[in-house]
Design a protein around this ligand. Structure first.
Ligand SMILES: Cc1ncc(COP(=O)(O)O)c(C=O)c1O
Length: 399
């Protein structure tokens, strides 16, 4: 079946976070929203069909993930990455962000330091802070237009784990973003292996948020961090979900893969009473997406590739004062706006009030993100063109 990603669909008045919150977030109802990470595209037909079929049953009681749902995750991970996981390793949650919060509670003591690599998806910092820990920013470095990890700094941040006596300087955990939101890196095996070596040497748990793992631009290959070796598997928590890939985040179903039984028990103990199973329809959608969604996904990835190429060409031809940090994965583009010479608040105001586009402000992702903006390009090309034209006009008005 051929899907039409060019079709513009009005999402307003559907309780849509991206479109219905425009005025309250950006202060102007005419701002074009390119912020929160969902897509303005309808989902794969088999997902809608599976939900419809389940709805016709008309009893929506408490639900648990059945064997077939679990098997769909095990098979997906094997088919995509050749990583053999056991069914009992898979823990389901209604989202990755809540799982990050639970992981911080499960694997740290109050006051511990938790590493993340800014600029990074800002709920990472909240998950660390809100659960009593101290964020430690192992900042990525921008080298020749591409972000790289700073391994020397990473190594320096670890201290030996003192199991009996947590000290304020104890580093207990790292939250890895792979692929990385917002800088779009799809980490290479040698990069992941270095993180793994350091984590093992320093006895650290790595929570790897791989929610964007199937959103890859041409030439990129995702490697689950935990799949690097049986030893790394034992210190890893892998967060996956069909939510970004198949555009079903509103259905809230994620799979958290925890091979180490002790860690799994600790995670399950920490979630008890606060984090339920995904809802009935979330699990149905997850299985349908993994089993029957690939025809749609292939077409989606082609369309996103086209959008990225369109954006890069447009910006370099018409808005050369902006630089695109070319992503290898995700549908989020990190725009370097530093040449405009604006402070973070001025840039925020400029995008909202002059250009009338609703982007994510770079400084939210870390202080190092100041001067950048994150743009979601998972929309019909006409919408993307409109956003770029608005930015182009506003920049040329600056003189
Ligand atoms: C890296 C990353 N993790 C998690 C999420 C959100 O996960 P969830 O909606 O499952 O809580 C996002 C959404 O943008 C994301 O980019």
């Amino acid at each position: 079946m051929k899907y039409d990603f060019d079709k513009v669909i009005d999402r307003r008045q559907t309780g849509c976070a991206k479109w219905d919150m425009v005025e309250s977030i950006f202060g102007d109802k005419d701002v074009l929203p390119m912020w929160v990470a969902d897509m303005d595209f309808p989902v794969a037909a088999p997902i809608t069909e599976a939900i419809r079929r389940r709805a016709e049953h008309e009893i929506y009681g408490y639900t648990v993930p059945g064997a077939s749902v679990i098997e769909s995750v095990v098979e997906r991970v094997w088919q995509k990455y050749g990583w053999k996981i056991q069914p009992e390793w898979v823990v389901f949650t209604p989202g990755v962000v809540p799982a990050l919060h639970v992981a911080v509670r499960a694997f740290t003591h109050p006051g511990d330091h938790v590493i993340a690599q800014g600029p990074v998806y800002y709920p990472f910092w909240a998950a660390i802070r809100d659960n009593g820990c101290t964020p430690a920013d192992n900042e990525l470095r921008l080298v020749n237009g591409r972000y790289e990890m700073d391994f020397a700094d990473l190594r320096n941040r670890f201290r030996p784990r003192e199991a009996m006596m947590p000290s304020p300087s104890r580093v207990a955990m790292m939250i890895l973003c792979s692929p990385h939101n917002p800088v779009g890196r799809v980490w290479r095996e040698e990069e992941l292996a270095q993180v793994g070596d350091i984590a093992r040497e320093k006895d650290i748990i790595v929570v790897s948020d791989e929610i964007h793992c199937e959103l890859l631009f041409r030439g990129s290959k995702h490697i689950p961090f935990a799949s690097l070796s049986p030893e790394i598997e034992q210190i890893s928590i892998t967060c996956m979900a069909p939510s970004k890939t198949f555009n079903i985040p509103g259905l809230q179903a994620s799979s958290i893969i925890i091979p180490n039984q002790k860690l799994r028990n600790a995670f399950n103990a920490a979630r008890a009473g606060i984090l339920p199973q995904p809802n009935t329809f979330g699990l149905v959608a997850l299985e349908a997406a993994y089993r029957y969604g690939d025809e749609w996904l292939e077409q989606l990835l082609d369309y996103l590739q086209g959008n990225l190429e369109f954006l890069i060409a447009y910006v370099s031809r018409n808005i050369p004062r902006l630089k695109v940090i070319k992503p290898e994965g995700t549908y989020l583009v990190w725009l370097d706006c530093r040449e405009l010479g604006m402070g973070p608040m001025e840039l925020r105001k400029f995008m909202r009030q002059r250009a009338k586009v609703g982007l994510d402000d770079g400084y939210l992702f870390s202080p190092g993100g100041a001067g950048f903006q994150r743009m979601n390009i998972a929309c019909p090309r006409a919408t993307l063109r409109e956003a770029l034209q608005r930015i182009e006009r506003a920049v040329s008005d600056l003189g």
